[in-house]
Design a protein around this ligand. Structure first.
Ligand code: GDP
Ligand code: IMO
Ligand code: MG
Length: 426
């Protein structure tokens, strides 16, 4: 999708996360100068396969695996410094040169041990089925204006004051459901240990990215989670705590909305969701289980089994609208290779009424019945196809119908985990 006209490209998940954003960013980063994460944090798990090696990136942009690409963590991310450095050390141990090309926004908020403790213990987190990485509590502190930002680390007295206030607040919350308490001194010790390293990476990322764009650089903005997990546009309250949709990219990278040239939406050829909340096309029983095994649908971060469902065109059409998708990347087509029948949901039915728009009230989804269009399976391997013509006719028909229903062009089809297992359709 990068060309002379498209220099700043946002990549978003257009379902409930784990669509294969990591793979697409890795493929596109071949032609990028910068890759920037703009929201979320270590709740993300973006998988990239290179040869036999598998990398799961949590907070570092997936572009890091391409030598020479600069990677930045924007102000909109909530950064867990402990996890960040484990990730850096792991990459270095695997022979990836990170030195001098990783930048952390000085405005990014920190995820501290008390955020993780709260996320792990609170009943609200359990009801949603969060990743337990402290994401919600860290964003709560940010919005309540009691967060700790990277730039605060320059002032030890200020950090002490902020951490003491944060711990006091967290302990007030914890007292409602557990005996466990957060410890300000332990948090301060952790920060003291990590501060020199964090400050050495800290930058005004918004300014760096702006200057890169001005100079004509190709910039990828790597979304985390998926559009249906967006705090405003997702299946609230079963969502994450940030704006995962493309609108969040400008805010979270610290650039102007007008700087964005195009938005690529990544979708699986079916649907998955991890954690609780509605999934209208969920496939019960053995077939759901079979797709989970075929697609290896187990969380990259938590290892939890992902719930599997048919492709939901209502969801992806909605995501196309709220993100302004310029095109779609359809991943994991190969996972459907052996099925004899495949369905696409074209609308929802309640009694005699039919709905084609995704509802804002998730309780409405409890009573709906998905309307399905059925397709004969192609029952042939797609993993070696590198052109559209090389795909079985029945697979092309399936993709054509997705394109029609969603009203967005398909620009990539991914047919396997490896870098080369992709069909470019531009
Ligand atoms: P992300 O969070 O959107 O980056 O996605 P995840 O990495 O959490 O989950 C996607 C999973 O699907 C990873 O294990 C990828 O290696 C894998 N994957 C990506 N594209 C394809 C594909 O086209 N076919 C198959 N079989 N696996 C894929
Ligand atoms: P990537 O970037 C899939 C889900 C959790 C939970 C809800 C809220 O790999 O696609 P949180 O910990 O964010 O407060 O959890 O969001 N969730 C994800 N699901 N992929 C992700 O990230 C996710 N990040 C969070 O399972 O339902
Ligand atoms: Mg993931």
């Amino acid at each position: 999708m990068f060309d002379n006209k498209t220099r700043t490209l946002v990549v978003v998940g257009a379902q409930w996360g784990d669509e294969g954003k990591g793979k697409l960013v890795d493929v596109l980063a071949e032609r990028a100068d910068w890759v920037v994460r703009y929201q979320g944090g270590a709740n993300a798990g973006h998988t990239v396969h290179i040869g036999d090696a598998k990398f799961v990136l949590r907070q570092i942009p997936s572009g890091i695996l391409h030598p020479g690409v600069r990677c930045a963590v924007g102000n909109g991310v909530v950064l867990d410094p402990d996890t960040l450095f484990s990730e850096v050390d792991r990459l270095v141990a695997d022979g990836i040169d990170v030195e001098g090309r990783l930048y952390i926004s000085d405005r990014a908020h920190l995820v501290l041990p008390y955020h993780k403790l709260l996320d792990g213990e609170s009943s609200a987190s359990k009801e949603i089925g969060t990743t337990g990485r402290g994401i919600g509590p860290a964003y709560e502190d940010k919005i309540a204006r009691r967060g700790v930002r990277v730039l605060d680390l320059r002032h030890p007295a200020r950090v002490r004051q902020l951490v003491e206030r944060g711990v006091e607040h967290a302990n007030g919350q914890l007292a409602r459901f557990t005996e466990r308490r957060a410890d300000a001194e332990a948090t301060l010790q952790l920060l003291e240990r990590l501060t020199p390293r964090l400050l050495s990476l800290s930058q005004d990322v918004g300014l760096c990215v702006h200057q890169a764009i001005e100079s004509g650089a190709a910039v990828l903005l790597e979304g985390a989670q998926g559009s249906l997990l967006d705090i405003d546009h997702g299946t609230y309250p079963f969502v994450t705590s940030s704006n995962t949709t493309s609108g969040g990219a400008a805010i979270g990278a610290g650039i102007a909305p007008t700087a964005i040239d195009a938005v690529l939406g990544v979708v699986k050829a079916y649907t998955t969701r991890v954690g609780h909340g509605p999934l209208p096309t969920e496939i019960p029983g053995d077939l759901g289980e079979r797709i989970r095994e075929l697609g290896n649908e187990f969380g990259a971060v938590t290892g939890r089994p992902r719930r599997c469902g048919w492709f939901d065109a209502v969801v992806v059409r909605y995501a196309t609208r709220v993100n302004g998708l310029s095109g779609l990347a359809v991943t994991k087509l190969d996972v459907l290779d052996t099925l004899d029948r495949i369905a696409i949901c074209t609308g929802y039915r309640v009694g005699d009424e039919e709905y084609r728009e995704f509802p804002g009230d998730v309780t409405a989804l409890e009573h709906i019945e998905p309307m399905y269009e059925w397709f004969e399976g192609w029952q042939q391997s797609t993993s070696e196809a590198r052109t559209l013509e090389a795909l079985p006719a029945k697979a092309r028909r399936y993709l054509d119908r997705i394109r029609e229903l969603v009203a967005a062009p398909i620009v990539y089809v991914s047919v396997g985990t490896r870098r080369d297992q992709i069909i470019g359709l531009e």
